[in-house]
Design a binder for this molecule. Structure first.
Ligand SMILES: C[S@@+](CC[C@H](N)C(=O)[O-])C[C@H]1O[C@@H](n2cnc3c(N)ncnc32)[C@H](O)[C@@H]1O
Length: 291
């Protein structure tokens, strides 16, 4: 697919402009999302008119793309959604996105969704052992939780989100994928839900929201029964010669140390680049709760 996107972009915009845009096109179901180059300071090289011409061509040449939207801002606010501008095709932001054989109904304008976490979803699912109890603190439309329920054999996946639209989508997606007995949806702030209902309930905790990773580490630890695995997602700045994974591990170990918890880093990987010299990194740690 990326070859086709690149070719179309080159034909419509020429090689120089195409270079700046083709890898920023994501397909979510039958919707193409073009990430605005303006966000990365390329505003002079590509105009809205360029992007509309590209969008029209995507609709004309790739039959399963029905709608094209410009993501005109970074993910914003607590709910991590973007501002979108319609570029071409149907004026519809709802779609069904399929990942690892699971189906997700989503409205891209109301709920965070990216195909760029696809490998992470299955990587974490593959680690879940039979009978595990999982807490997903920032579940969105339920991707990690449902893929875990479909691909592994957890006893339960408690799945929390603060965005009512994400919660509604998650409830629908749980039914769509027939994992009602396993994935339990919660609407609310992860810290409140954990304190109220999920203390000591988990063997594994997912924290897929870099903005709150370190601030909410105490609640992830609280969710563990006594010890277990925590997957911490962070945004890390790494200059030339610096390893973003080492910096992320250091941040997690220091934060856990301040809380009196013992953590042993098991694995760290760069999930994706999120800006010039900024990286999203996941750190998997084995953690023992403070006594
Ligand atoms: C990056 S998205 C999660 C992505 C999702 N796990 C996936 O794989 O598609 C972060 C989610 O955290 C939710 N969120 C933000 N603050 C929260 C909080 N305090 N408690 C629970 N959910 C929160 C947002 O509404 C958003 O859906």
């Amino acid at each position: 697919m990326s070859r086709i996107l690149r070719r179309i972009a080159e034909e419509v915009l020429g090689a120089e402009k195409a270079r700046r845009i083709w890898s920023r096109i994501d397909l979510v179901g039958d919707i193409a999302i073009v990430k605005s180059p303006m966000m990365l300071g390329d505003s002079e090289s590509l105009t809205l008119d360029d992007l509309r011409r590209l969008a029209e061509e995507l609709i004309a040449r790739i039959p399963y793309i029905k709608s094209v939207w410009l993501a005109a801002s970074p993910t914003l606010g607590e709910e991590r959604v973007r501002d979108f501008i319609h570029l071409a095709g149907e004026r519809r932001s709802e779609t069904v996105y399929v990942e690892h054989g699971c189906k997700f109904k989503v409205d891209i304008a109301k709920v965070f969704i990216t195909p760029r976490l696809s490998f992470e979803h299955i990587r974490v699912a593959r680690q879940v052992k039979e009978g595990e109890r999982v807490v997903n603190m920032f579940a969105g439309a339920g991707l990690f939780s449902i893929i875990i329920a479909c691909k592994a054999k957890p006893r339960v996946v408690h799945s929390i989100d603060i965005n009512p639209h994400a919660y509604k989508a998650m409830v629908e997606n749980i039914k769509l994928n027939k994992v009602e007995g396993i994935v339990k949806p919660y609407l609310g702030d992860a810290k409140d839900v954990i304190e109220r209902e999920l203390r000591g309930s988990a063997d594994r905790v997912l924290m897929p929201l870099p903005a709150l990773a370190l601030e909410y580490l105490p609640y992830a630890l609280e969710a563990l029964e006594s010890n277990g695995i925590i997957h911490v997602y962070l945004h890390v700045h790494a200059g030339r010669g610096e390893d973003p994974r080492a910096k992320a591990v250091d941040q997690v170990v220091k934060a856990a140390g301040k809380l009196g918890a013992r953590v042993k880093p098991m694995h760290a990987r760069v999930v994706r680049k999120v800006g010039p010299r900024w990286f999203q990194v996941v750190v998997d740690v084995y953690a023992e709760k403070p006594r």
